[in-house]
Design a protein around this ligand. Structure first.
Ligand code: HEM
Length: 431
């Protein structure tokens, strides 16, 4: 009963509304209702860009402009607001009742991604205490080791392999498992929950999809509860063990609560796994499609960071996010009423011709590629960005050095989700 009501309010009603909107040509509704805009988002993004810096749709506003996306992300007039809020205020109470026994969700409170200050400030400070730049740099030798091990395994499977399943997925999985303090022989346990994660970012989703996501989240919740108990008894030197014990001295020695710990573990899995899989997959495909750029990186290893930034700019693994206006405000000269949600097309911001010359060209020497907004901006700027960059640089260099004659093979398939973009299958000939 609770599940049905929750689905109806969060997904069923928005689904009907966006279908109607899509038939009337509303661009925001098209983005929600038409899978063709997820498979090939860039033509759609150009329609949004052509409509001006801020497009006002039936239900929300939307922007493809780098300047507007950055302004909204960093401005004090906007907050995150729960992704799956009730569409009309009268439904908030029934929704709260229906959500009572829900498992922790990566993009709903208390997840760091879904709270505004002051909760966010306290929460992020605690997590940053253990997720420091030094701790991340300290992971470099381990990431190199993991990449080498996985490439050894990959070599044994040739001559044609799916580089996503065989490598792009396994490297971030191994890294996230290490952050969570999960030993190698139990890595697959973490992977089981992956399916629930990408789906949890969808809105106006179908009943079956939402049930599958809930089941995966419930499974993860139970698993992480037991796992945290193990870490309390026998802490390691991983990030999650660090979080179990970290305290905030400035605030009377506060710690993360059990729920916040579970949410953080879920968020690390949700935010740190498939995103990085998509970065590795998209960068591999781009390099294989542009042999001159690949040759440049092979000849000068200092270009690998450029490969990573340019891939993030051109194929943002997280295509969009959104913010809600906390008060009446003005964006790009247009009034935006309190409560309005603004959809920010991060993937389109990376291709804004006002910032990037010849934006569709893949150029690993592009001087300002790092100005992309693939890691978002403002206070929710990706906490894992240094780790993602490290995994990208180490992982790609290792792959292309190990297999100097790597070639694309037939049968590549893109992902089919709206928010996360990458490759589901990317067959290659190892050579
Ligand atoms: C290429 C890989 C990655 C991409 C493209 C990416 C992208 C993003 C984006 C777009 C956001 C903010 C969303 C918003 O503003 O609404 C975010 C937040 C976050 N990411 Fe990443 N991410 C990546 C890898 C990682 C990794 C490896 C980790 C950690 C293991 C991580 C942890 C986080 C966390 C904890 C947040 C929440 C920060 C906050 O709310 O203050 N991410 N990421």
């Amino acid at each position: 009963m609770r599940g049905t009501l929750r689905w109806g309010v969060q997904h069923g009603m928005p689904r009907l509304a966006v279908r109607r909107g899509a038939r009337a040509g509303d661009l925001q509704s098209l983005l929600l209702a038409d899978p063709a805009t997820w498979r090939e988002p860039y033509a759609f993004h150009e329609r949004v860009r052509a409509a001006g810096p801020l497009l006002t749709g039936r239900f929300t506003c939307m922007s493809a402009s780098h300047a507007v996306v950055r302004e909204v992300l960093s401005g004090a007039d906007f907050g995150v607001g729960a992704l799956h809020d009730a569409p009309v205020p009268a439904l908030r109470r029934p929704l709260a009742w229906a959500s009572r026994e829900r498992p922790t969700h990566p993009v709903e409170p208390p997840s760091m991604l879904a709270v505004d200050p002051p909760e966010h400030t306290r929460y992020r400070r605690l997590v940053s205490k253990v997720f420091t730049a030094r701790a991340v740099e300290g992971l470099r030798p381990r990431v190199e080791e993991l990449a080498a091990e996985l490439l050894d395994e990959l070599a044994g499977r040739g001559p044609v392999v799916d580089v996503v399943e065989g490598y792009a997925l396994r490297l971030p999985l191994a890294v996230v498992a290490e952050l969570l303090g999960v030993p190698a022989h139990r890595r697959e346990e973490v992977r089981r929950f992956e399916a629930g994660v990408a789906g949890s970012l969808e809105v106006a989703a179908g009943w079956r999809e939402v049930r599958a996501v809930d089941a995966a989240l419930r499974g993860f919740d139970a698993w992480v509860g037991e796992h945290l108990q193990r870490l309390r008894r026998d802490p390691g030197d991983d990030l999650l063990s660090g979080l179990v014990t970290v305290t905030d001295d400035e605030h009377g020695g506060q710690r993360l609560s059990e729920r916040e710990l579970r949410a953080t573990a879920g968020l690390l899995l949700a935010a740190g796994f498939e995103t990085t899989v998509n970065l590795l997959g998209s960068a591999t495909a781009l390099l294989l499609q542009h042999p001159d750029q690949l040759a440049a990186a092979r000849a000068d290893p200092d270009l690998w960071p450029g490969v990573v930034e340019e891939s993030l700019r051109l194929e943002a693994p997280v295509q969009l996010t959104s913010r809600r206006a906390l008060r009446d405000t003005v964006v790009a000269g247009q009034p935006v009423r309190r409560g309005t949600r603004v959809v920010l097309l991060l993937g389109a911001a990376g291709r804004d011709p006002d910032v990037f010359t010849d934006p569709a060209r893949f150029d690993v020497r592009r001087a300002n590629a790092r100005e992309h907004l693939a890691f978002s901006g403002g206070r929710h700027f990706c906490l894992g960005a240094p780790l993602a960059r490290l995994e990208g640089q180490v992982g790609l260099r290792a792959l292309f050095e190990r297999f100097p004659a790597l070639q694309p093979a037939a049968g590549a398939q893109r992902t089919t989700t709206r928010v996360l973009r990458g490759w589901r299958r990317l067959p290659v000939r190892l050579g």
